[in-house]
Design a protein around this ligand. Structure first.
Ligand code: 173
Length: 499
């Protein structure tokens, strides 16, 4: 358009109050006055940037088109005359200097030998807010830790003398080829931790034949991710269902047109869990206290995720499944099943699969691990003649750090597993190369573990290869995983103000 209005920085700066609030995002000027109270993250954060360029704060937590889809065109005021913008010289804090020094001193990538290494590097090099958001889990984080422990309560029964000179760990997931029996699970807000965000995953996945599940709340837009794909690259989509079903319908149908091969509907988050590490970080960051007590803008104490999750529809129910079936031909998978009962309902509802998941320990605390639920689910399905069924796939996620974990899940009936945080930490710490290294490490572990287990192909991994008899014995002392304990950061208590 040729009639785009061009505004100067001082014109914008004149609108820096609650009564008239303009902001600049990606070179465009918006009047957000009427939107202030509707902003899911609260008005205060917008007012902080009133009359100014908000791009840097906006970027990691909003898909690029969030502002254009939420504001009517009349509020799109025009373009900013970049020459009038005084680039704020950012003061580099001591913390930031320390962080930069740590980034420079990271272990060389070939010294990274497992997923725990990525996590420990990410913890050191991530901005505090990003680490708090990614690493946090709900309440006492018992489920987060249990997700690791559960794998240690399953033991192998390896078979010998089977000529394991060649082993093949490739498989199919929803009929799609996958070089490994795992997929990259959805994690939100990738740009909090790396400027290229989820594209690091996309490019690495392309080079290694791994399937990426795109998150509804990825920092990169859906189209940016698909545009970056290699020809024929496979994607799944994780879906948060909007209260406005038209938005969801459009989003799902757009994804299908762009070639997405599976719709993973998240069913364990009608409300987001309270992740106290994340919440506490917000408090510290916003220097809250006073105003919260006055009852204004209470939204800011929620942490990043809760602040942007208000669009999620808590009324979602089994009755909606036929509607999803009517809007898409993609396979439908329910992500977040936690009992045999619900697995049976899901099967009877005609979906193509389920993910046994507790959302990385971020939702209902003391929910059981997906691995433990798997045993219950296969038994419940089998009893009704629903398992095994090649048209109904079962996945597990949460706590997977080793190929041996994956092999245990497969032995107990999973088709594949989801891996979320380890790939996230890999790109936060080392970008695309980190993710490629992570995939390579999994591959090395698959080769060794399959040989040692006596399974040459995924089909040869059978229930008899594991002893899961103590899996649901929650009171039995479990071995402590030192690698995990080293990376696990304890919760902290409320801090006194500086006297
Ligand atoms: O686990 C999460 O943090 C998550 O799923 C989420 C949900 C809403 C907004 C951002 C992240």
């Amino acid at each position: 358009m040729s009639d785009v209005r061009v505004l100067t920085a001082s014109e914008v700066a004149a609108h820096a109050s609650r009564d008239s609030c303009w902001i600049i995002v990606h070179g465009k000027v918006y009047d957000v006055t009427d939107f202030l109270d509707e902003h899911p993250g609260g008005s205060k954060i917008i007012l902080k940037y009133a009359g100014k360029d908000a791009t840097e704060a906006y970027e990691p937590i909003h898909p690029p088109d969030a502002i254009t889809t939420n504001l009517p065109p009349s509020k799109h005021l025009g373009a900013i005359d970049e020459s009038t913008l005084v680039k704020a010289v950012k003061e580099v804090t001591e913390d930031e200097k320390r962080r930069q020094a740590l980034i420079a001193a990271r272990p060389p990538l070939d010294n990274i030998l497992n997923m725990h290494d990525f996590e420990s590097v990410a913890r050191m090099v991530l901005p505090d807010k990003a680490w708090a958001y990614y690493s946090s889990a709900s309440d006492d984080e018992i489920t987060l830790r249990e997700n690791r422990m559960a794998y240690q309560r399953v033991w192998f029964r390896p078979r010998i003398l089977r000529d394991v000179s060649s082993v093949d760990w490739s498989t199919t997931i929803l009929g799609q080829k996958s070089s490994l029996p795992l997929y990259i699970s959805a994690t939100a807000l990738g740009k909090l931790g790396h400027p290229e965000g989820e594209l690091c995953l996309t490019r690495a996945a392309a080079n290694h034949g791994v399937i990426q599940m795109i998150a509804t709340l990825a920092s990169c837009s859906f189209d940016d991710i698909i545009d970056a794909a290699a020809p024929g690259q496979t994607f799944f989509l994780q879906l948060y269902v909007n209260r406005d079903r038209e938005i969801t319908k459009k989003y799902v149908q757009h994804a299908e047109r762009r070639g997405v091969k599976g719709l993973f509907i998240t069913v364990d988050a009608p409300q987001l869990g309270r992740r106290e590490k994340d919440m506490r970080m917000k408090f510290v960051d916003d220097d809250a206290g006073a105003e919260v007590q006055k009852g204004q803008d209470v939204k800011k104490d929620q942490g990043v995720a809760r602040a942007i999750s208000s669009f999620i529809d808590p009324s979602l129910s089994w009755r909606d499944i036929p509607w999803f079936r009517s809007i898409t031909k993609m396979p439908i998978i329910l992500k977040g099943i936690a009992t045999g009962e619900d697995a049976v309902i899901a099967y009877e509802a005609g979906v193509q699969g389920i993910v046994l998941s507790n959302h990385g320990g971020r939702q209902l605390d003391t929910a059981r691990s997906g691995l433990e639920v798997l045993v219950e689910v296969t038994a419940a399905l089998r009893k009704r003649g629903y398992f095994p069924d090649p048209k109904f796939e079962i996945y597990v996620d949460g706590g997977v750090r080793r190929a041996s974990d994956v092999l245990k899940a497969i032995a107990l009936g999973a088709k594949a597993v989801g891996v979320g945080r380890p790939f996230l930490y890999a790109f936060c710490a080392y970008g695309q190369e980190g993710v490629e290294r992570a995939i390579q490490l999994f591959r090395d572990e698959f080769e060794m573990n399959m040989r040692l287990l006596g399974a040459r192909t995924i089909d040869e991994i059978v229930p008899e290869m594991v002893d899961a008899s103590s899996l649901s014995a929650h009171t039995v002392l479990t071995p402590d995983d030192k690698l995990f304990s080293e990376t696990y950061q304890p919760l902290s208590l409320a801090k006194f103000r500086e006297a």
